[in-house]
Design a protein around this ligand. Structure first.
Ligand code: ADP
Ligand code: ZN
Length: 754
């Protein structure tokens, strides 16, 4: 028997191996095979009888697989088909997608990597009966051996046939050598057992789920969802509901109905929203039937969770992007919460997939339901919903409050920073608003979407600004560590005393980061308890959760941070949200800059007034006349979407056209530029119905010592032109491998272009 195997390498073709005598495999099984001097885990994509089946292979030269890792396949045909679609759509190698679906750390080398075992001890078969101990005692030479045997019998009496060796030794107060001599005498034997490291099983029993009935908005949204679940037919929904409208409860109810049909569900959430708060909420409904994936799991934990999932031990998975690729069978529902989030898009390495779009495809292949939920849907999804590709469900009101009434959307005030002369970053108005909350013992969230102290140091006399020597970006000042730091590669440098260029001027800070806001808050409100949350304070394993807990339990008054503070938090006592500077992302040269700013402002505004306490939002900006700032103030998603869609239409940007970005990288500028030039010429030759823009030096022209150039391919969706993918694929084939040290990265549906 022969198997065709796809390996976790940037190669699309499969390789044929002979199965070892006496082993069996199926399509979707993992096998360990030799490849050059390496051992790799790959996935079987076909089985055949070799030349007898008409395969043009030289059977004598076919190598034998080392072992079959799964007799029952880990991957269903459905999941394999999805990987093929991903390779096709994202113009990457099939092997790259295979690498992404294999559990991390298991793609090469030892087949047991990832499986941890413990040694257990039990009586050898001939001694496995009661009363044996008494007979034994006389034969055993040492007291230690007697102790071990008696302790083992004791374990058995407790119902533990084979305790862990470590436990046995501890209880019997004996050493390994004792076990060894008992083994030599044929009295005990050792067995290896797999250890299951699931962080989810150790947690205490979850609290009872809240008891309430769905409000009319939720009932109306659930009806068509339930119908589709019932009919087991594919249908994608866009659930557009303001923050606090009860979307999560809709997901939970839909999951219940899916499980009742005997099917399973996947819930994708942005990593940042995967807080204990969220997990607890789902677990209160689904207990041990839900598996949690997150990026802070160790490879071992990840592997165990993956294995248990494959073996059907869970009905629901909740996790970030990569959870869309888990080997869960019989999927009936896929939820993508905050579907507009950029974190659903994988940047590096390939496959550069968007989990939201893969979710829709996976649901389609499974006759399953897909719910994309958001308070501020991406323009792509909104457009798809308007055009009827997805069904649009709207929940424009917040959940009614217990004592009657509705938590209203907060009042938003725009503060014009132009002409503000005082040195501080807080306007007088915002400062007074914070003071008022502190007095009333209410809480405040402040957003400054830039970490560090000051984004820029500039020489007052010559204008020099310190840059990273490896990346063409300026260094950010981190005052607490008295350091300059590159936010691209992490390189640090000391803060120079005088300007290193003109040697006379002094360096002055421009712009504001979270650390500087924190310092100002400490000065103005010396008694306030401040929690700062940004990449620098959340690098530890649970740091993020610890900070949120501190704030959530009222042990802090002000939560200050980057976009991390904007997402998914639900704290009833927060009555003021301040945006220190709304312009930080607005002015980037990216066609999505306005969309992102609108989403960020809407999200952070949604953190205020989640209870009966009225909320207020203050947005500081130097661009108060920009329409999108006004749309955010008025909570007017519709107007925002219409204006953006008409701009996009004019320029042929998504959702009206398809984009791919191609990045050319190399350690020498000339090589990278030449490569980009040749590639772009080749693209142009094929460009029927597509525009080829570039090559250009990338916005950040150098990162980690690599020079970067970009070309953009843009196709208007029209009729039967060749697809973007066909153009890219045939160019890849023509151009072959890039020269040594250089790389070509293709990004279909990029989230950022520059
Ligand atoms: P969203 O996901 O849209 O932000 P949630 O589902 O988190 O909204 O709901 C907001 C709050 O309202 C949560 O505390 C939730 O427990 C509560 N809630 C949701 N639905 C109802 C309901 N029908 N009746 C009472 N409370 C509800
Ligand atoms: Zn750098």
């Amino acid at each position: 028997m022969f198997v065709d195997v796809v390996l976790p390498l940037p190669l699309s073709e499969s390789f044929t191996y002979r199965l070892p005598e006496g082993t069996r495999a199926s399509v979707g099984s993992r096998v360990l095979v030799p490849f050059g001097s390496r051992r790799l885990t790959g996935i079987v994509v076909a089985l055949h009888g070799g030349a007898a089946d008409g395969h043009a292979i030289d059977e004598d030269r076919i190598k034998e697989a080392l072992s079959v890792l799964d007799e029952t396949p880990s991957f269903s045909e459905e999941l394999l088909e999805l990987t093929r679609w991903m390779a096709d759509y994202y113009v990457c190698a099939w092997g790259e997608v295979v690498r992404a679906i294999l559990p991390a750390g298991t793609t090469s080398g030892d087949p047991t990597v990832g499986i941890r075992t413990d040694l257990h001890v039990r009586f050898a078969p001939s001694y496995r009966h009661d009363g044996a101990v008494d007979d034994l005692r006389a034969d055993l030479p040492g007291a230690k051996q007697v102790a071990v045997v008696e302790t083992l019998a004791g374990f058995q009496a407790e119902g533990v046939r084979a305790p862990r060796q470590a436990d046995l030794l501890a209880r019997a107060d004996a050493a390994h050598s004792t076990i060894k001599s008992l083994m030599d005498r044929g009295i005990v034997e050792r067995v290896e057992k797999e250890v299951v490291r699931t962080p989810m099983s150790s947690e205490a029993v979850p609290e009872a789920p809240p008891d309430f009935s769905m409000h009319p908005g939720q009932v109306a949204a659930l009806k068509p969802i339930a119908d589709a679940i019932d009919a087991r037919r594919f249908q994608a929904f866009l659930l557009h509901g303001v923050t606090g409208s009860g979307k999560t409860e809709v997901y939970i109810e839909a999951l219940k109905q899916t499980l009742a049909k005997g099917r399973t569900g996947i819930v994708l959430v942005p990593e940042i929203a995967l807080t204990p708060q969220t997990v607890r909420r789902f677990r209160s409904h689904f207990g041990d039937r839900i598996a949690v994936f997150h990026s802070r799991m160790s490879p071992g934990e990840r592997f165990d969770a993956w294995r248990l999932l494959r073996d059907g031990r869970f009905d629901i998975v909740i996790g970030p992007r990569s959870a869309i690729l888990v080997p869960l069978s019989n999927v009936g529902l896929i939820v993508v919460d905050e579907e507009q989030e950029q974190s659903y898009k994988q940047q590096d390495p390939a496959p550069r997939y968007n989990a939201r779009d893969v979710a829709v495809m996976r649901a389609h292949m499974n006759d399953a339901v897909c719910i994309l939920g958001s308070a501020t849907p991406s323009l792509e999804s909104y457009y798809n919903a308007r055009g009827g590709k997805y069904m649009l469900l709207e929940m424009p009101e917040r959940v009614p409050l217990e004592g009657g009434g509705t938590a209203s959307m907060p009042d938003v005030r725009i503060l014009d920073l132009r002409g503000k002369r005082s040195p501080g970053v807080l306007s007088d108005y915002l400062e007074r608003a914070v003071a008022k909350r502190l007095e009333r013992r209410e809480q405040v969230i402040l957003l400054q979407n830039r970490r560090g102290y000051a984004p820029l140091l500039e020489c007052t006399s010559c204008g020099f600004a310190p840059e990273c020597p490896d990346c063409s970006v300026t260094l950010t000042l981190h005052k607490s560590k008295r350091q300059l730091r590159c936010h691209y590669c992490g390189r640090t440098a000391r803060v120079p005393q005088a300007c290193p260029k003109c040697k006379t001027g002094t360096l002055e800070m421009l712009g504001t980061g979270t650390q500087r806001v924190e310092e100002e808050l400490e000065e103005r409100f010396p008694d306030a308890r401040i929690v700062r949350m940004d990449l620098d304070t959340t690098s530890g394993k649970d740091a993020h959760d610890v900070l949120l807990k501190e704030f959530g339990e009222g042990r802090a008054d002000i939560l200050l941070g980057t976009q991390m503070v904007a997402k998914g938090l639900d704290f009833g006592n927060v009555t003021l949200v301040g945006v220190v500077n709304a312009d930080t992302g607005l002015l980037l040269p990216d066609f999505r800059a306005e969309e992102r700013t609108f989403q960020l402002l809407s999200q952070v505004a949604g953190r205020a007034g989640r209870s009966s306490l009225a909320g207020e939002v203050v947005i500081q900006t130097r661009n108060p006349d920009r329409p999108i700032i006004r749309y955010a103030r008025d909570h007017d998603y519709g107007a925002f979407a219409e204006s953006q869609l008409s701009d996009r239409h004019e320029l042929g940007y998504p959702p009206f056209g398809k984009l791919a970005g191609i990045e050319f990288k190399g350690p020498r500028a000339r090589d990278a530029r030449d490569l980009a030039g040749r590639w772009t010429d080749a693209l142009r030759k094929r460009a029927v119905g597509v525009d080829v823009l570039g090559p250009e030096e990338a916005f950040i022209g150098r990162v980690k010592k690599q020079y970067r150039f970009h070309t953009i391919v843009k196709s208007r969706r029209s009729g039967k032109d060749v697809t973007l993918q066909e153009v890219l694929r045939s160019t890849v084939e023509e151009m072959g491998k890039p020269p040594r040290g250089c790389r070509v990265n293709i990004d279909v549906d990029p989230v950022g272009l520059f």
